[in-house]
Structure formats: structure tokens, C-alpha cells
Ligand binder design. Structure first.
Ligand code: 5CA
Ligand code: ZN
Length: 437
């Protein structure tokens, strides 16, 4: 489907990639290899409600990663999906009496406009689950053929033939073991599985945590032709696994999403890919923390949402929203507060005042310092502290020399020894941090 359109920043002159990132699977901060190019898959929205600040935080986090790599001159291939058919979307459409396709299209459009406003660079491939059913069918058929997927007989109201992934068979056939990607304990996995779409009590499954790969047709549900699988629709985890394998290298560099995707989603997306071809899904699994409101995770199902679109319609500048998000480390869980919004608006206003007072060389120095901060597991709060530090200095310079004139009466901004191609502060902050001052 159509992506959105955020202008690419100018190439920034920064040193080659020194990035260290926390990888959930190895539970360590490490450099994801000496890269000649980078590939990124970030799990996209399920479009049944508007973008809230939790979503925005996750996409801004991975936008920072994509900007970091691009600033280093690495070619980046970025894929994002849209889960435009799934149970929660169908349930919401039924409950509100709208066509599920219209709901998905409308919410995806709102998401695009929120991302554009937040200056999030567009993915190279933006793909809907409904556009890639053939890829899923081929993947599931391959898993059935190699014995890591099996049909479950009908029981009660459930028809015959849903296809599930066999945890036990995959563990026997590959290096993947249950929990090796999301790193939850067995108890935690058993707790969150039913909360995140799993069906541990479905009769006929071999293992209670075996996830659904292909759901055969039910009356009133959308279906697609599934060749040997029969008509039906894709399970959730195989969607991202199949899309990533089609569009990115095996393994690709970073699989991204919020920490609520560690299990079951990223665990099983990775397991499906490995069961199909023996390769890990990605070199690193990177997870953003959860944004909450009054101590509860912000979520569509709880309804405790602060929407990006609502803040925008109240006149809040997107750059202030982005500043508020970046002032928390991406791995932390944190609560949104109105005070954070106010502080961030003040911060942006102060940076803008300082911008009038920048001197040649300020942009290059700030770029290097902010880039160094991001190299340490994308430490955005430290990068913003560098912007504050530059603003402090610029404003202090102005206090000492209010007219901006040098001792000989020449303007202080006419230094001759600065490389004219080096970015000014506005270009550096926009390019690397995505903040439009
Ligand atoms: N379509 C699937 C992924 S394939 C999905 O999880 N969609 S979602 O709309 O529920 O979430 C989209 C992204 O936002 C996911 O990466 C999820 O981890 C992240 N997310 C959801 N709620 C929050 C939150 N409160 N804080 C931070 N990130 C969140
Ligand atoms: Zn996904």
C-alpha cells in the first residue's frame, strides 16, 4: 500500500557506524555487526483506532535508528506492515457497524498523517496483510511440508482444518527454542499468551502455546484462497515472518516493535522463519518500552489513550510531541503527563531562540555530540541534553555580547575557517533527531 511522504534529510557528515543496541534475544548491548547496509522491519499498526502516544513512541524510536544509520551513510531498507485483517479489527468493525475494510483504510490514513507530522521517515515498503496473503500461504505450506505445522481437527463451534505451528517439532528441527527470542520465563509466556491473541485451550493442539498459522473460513469472516490450506485468513505472527522474508535479507539487521511484542509475536515470527529456512529472522530484536497513562499501559483495548491527532488538533506542535517522546530513553516504560508536554514546548521555544544566535561550527559540533550519544543504545535523552547544552552556550554568549558583534565590530557569525558544507544546527537537529526547529 501507499506509504507516507516525509522528506529525506540531507546527508550528514558523521563517522561510520559505531552503534551499540540492546538485543532482547541475547540480552546484551552489542554492535549488530560491521554493516555495509542495514535492514529494518518494524511491526506496524493494527488499524482499528487512532495512533496514540505509545505507538508514536515506538515508531519515533525506530525512526531514530533509521536516521542514525542514514547519517552514517549506510543504505537502509525499511519494511513496515499493516495488520489490516485480524480479530480486534473485525470485532471493532462489527461493534461499530462499519465495514472492516473502511475502518482499516481510514485508520491507516490517520496513522500516515500522524507519522508525517511527527517527521517519521517513511518505510521503503509499507505492506498490508491483505496484500500478502499469497506469501503467507506459501510459508504455511512449506511449514506443513517440513512437519513443523499441522492441522487441528474441528471441535464444538470450531471447524476442521485450522493450521497451527508445532513448537515441539520446530525445537527438534532447528536451533530455535521457546523463549530464546522474547526471553520471557515459561510462566510469563503462559500468562501473556491468551492476553495477546493466543488460544491455549483450543482442543486438538499439541502444545498449549502453539500459535495459529492459518484460520480456515468461518461464516461472516473475510477469506482468501489458500490453495492446499483451503480458504481462510492468515494468523498474526506468520504475517510479519513471511513479509520480512520476502522483502529483506535472511537474517535482516533489526526487528523492532514495542516490548509487548516480545512474546508471542516476535518469538513466533522468528520461529516460523527459522523453521522454514534454518536462518534466524534478524540479527537483533530491539524493543521499545511501554508508554502509560496514570500507571496503566496506554492501549486501544483499555481505551486510556492520548491521541497524536487530538494533540495536533488542539494546536500542539508535532515537534514538541516528538521532543517529549525523545526525552525518555526508548527502553524505559514511562507515563505521559501534561507537564511533560509543557516542558517540551518550552524546550523547543528555547532552542528556537538559541538558533538565532548560532555561530559557524555549532551545527557540526552538536551533530557529533548527539551522534555519540545515540551510539550508546540510542540514548535520545543524552542527545537532547547536548542540544540544551549548545542552547545554553549560545544564549550565554548573547548575554555577554548582546549585539552579536565581535571586538572589532564585525558580526560574530562570520568566521572564515568553518567548512561551508557543514550543517547548521537546524539541519543537524532535523537530520539526526527529526526535530524541525
Ligand atoms: N499489528 C501489530 C504488530 S504486527 C500490532 O501490535 N499493532 S498495534 O497497533 O497493536 O501496535 C503497534 C505498535 O505499537 C507495536 O509495535 C506495539 O508494540 C506498539 N505499542 C502499542 N501500545 C504501546 C504503548 N502503550 N507504548 C509503546 N508502544 C506501544
Ligand atoms: Zn508484526
Amino acid at each position: 500500500m501507499e506509504s507516507w511522504n516525509t522528506p529525506l534529510p540531507a546527508r550528514l557528515p558523521v563517522q561510520p557506524d559505531r552503534l551499540k543496541l540492546y538485543d532482547t534475544a541475547s540480552q546484551s548491548v552489542r554492535h549488530p555487526g560491521n554493516l555495509a547496509e542495514a535492514s529494518l522491519y518494524v511491526c506496524g499498526i493494527t488499524p482499528y483506532d487512532a495512533t496514540h502516544l505509545g505507538h508514536a513512541n515506538t515508531y519515533v524510536t525506530f525512526d531514530l535508528l533509521s536516521r542514525y544509520w542514514r547519517a552514517c551513510g549506510l543504505p537502509v531498507t525499511y519494511v513496515q506492515n499493516v495488520t489490516d485483517v485480524d480479530d480486534p479489527l473485525l470485532e471493532r468493525a462489527t461493534a461499530t457497524g462499519v465495514d472492516w475494510r473502511d475502518l482499516a483504510a481510514e485508520q491507516t490514513e490517520l496513522f500516515r498523517s500522524d507519522m508525517e507530522a511527527l517527521n517519521v521517515l517513511a518505510p521503503d515498503h509499507y505492506v498490508g496483510a491483505t496484500e500478502t496473503v499469497d506469501w503467507v500461504v506459501a510459508s504455511v505450506e512449506a511449514l506443513v511440508a517440513n512437519g513443523t505445522a499441522y492441522p487441528v481437527p474441528g471441535a464444538g463451534s470450531e471447524p476442521d482444518g485450522d493450521i497451527y505451528f508445532s513448537i515441539d517439532a520446530a525445537q527438534e528441527a532447528t536451533h530455535w527454542t521457546l523463549g530464546s527470542v522474547g526471553r520471557h520465563s515459561a510462566e510469563e509466556m503462559a500468562t501473556v499468551f491468551p492476553e495477546r491473541g493466543g488460544d491455549p485451550d483450543r482442543p486438538g493442539k499439541r502444545h498449549p502455546l502453539d500459535p495459529l498459522l492459518w484460520r480456515v473460513a468461518r461464516p461472516g469472516e473475510p477469506t482468501w484462497e489458500g490453495r492446499s490450506l483451503g480458504t481462510g485468513r492468515p494468523g498474526w505472527h506468520i504475517e510479519c515472518s513471511a513479509i520480512a522474508r520476502r522483502l529483506l535479507p535472511a537474517p535482516f539487521t533489526v526487528q523492532g516493535g514495542g516490548s509487548d511484542l516480545r512474546f508471542p509475536h516476535h518469538e513466533f515470527s522468528a520461529a516460523h522463519a527459522t523453521a522454514a529456512d534454518g536462518q534466524p529472522l534478524a540479527q537483533a530484536f530491539v524493543h521499545a518500552g511501554m508508554v502509560g497513562l496514570d500507571g496503566e499501559k496506554m492501549s486501544k483495548s483499555l481505551g486510556n489513550l492520548v491521541l497524536v491527532s487530538r494533540l495536533r488538533s488542539q494546536g500542539v506542535e508535532p515537534v514538541a510531541i516528538r521532543t517529549a517522546l525523545l526525552s525518555n530513553h526508548y527502553r524505559d516504560d514511562w507515563d505521559w503527563t501534561p507537564e511533560l508536554m509543557t516542558r517540551s514546548m518550552d524546550r523547543v521555544a528555547r532552542w528556537r531562540r538559541a538558533l538565532e544566535l548560532q555561530e559557524p561550527g555549532d551545527g557540526a559540533a552538536l551533530l557529533a555530540a548527539a551522534h555519540r550519544a545515540l551510539s550508546d543504545d540510542l540514548d535520545a535523552p543524552a542527545a537532547l541534553a547536548q542540544v540544551d547544552r549548545w542552547a545554553d552556550e549560545a544564549l550565554a554568549r548573547d548575554d555577554r555580547n548582546p549585539a552579536g558583534l565581535g571586538p572589532d565590530g564585525a558580526s560574530g557569525t562570520q568566521a572564515a575557517d568553518v567548512d561551508p558544507s557543514s550543517p547548521d544546527v537546524r539541519a543537524a537537529v532535523n537530520g539526526l533527531l527529526g526535530l524541525t526547529l
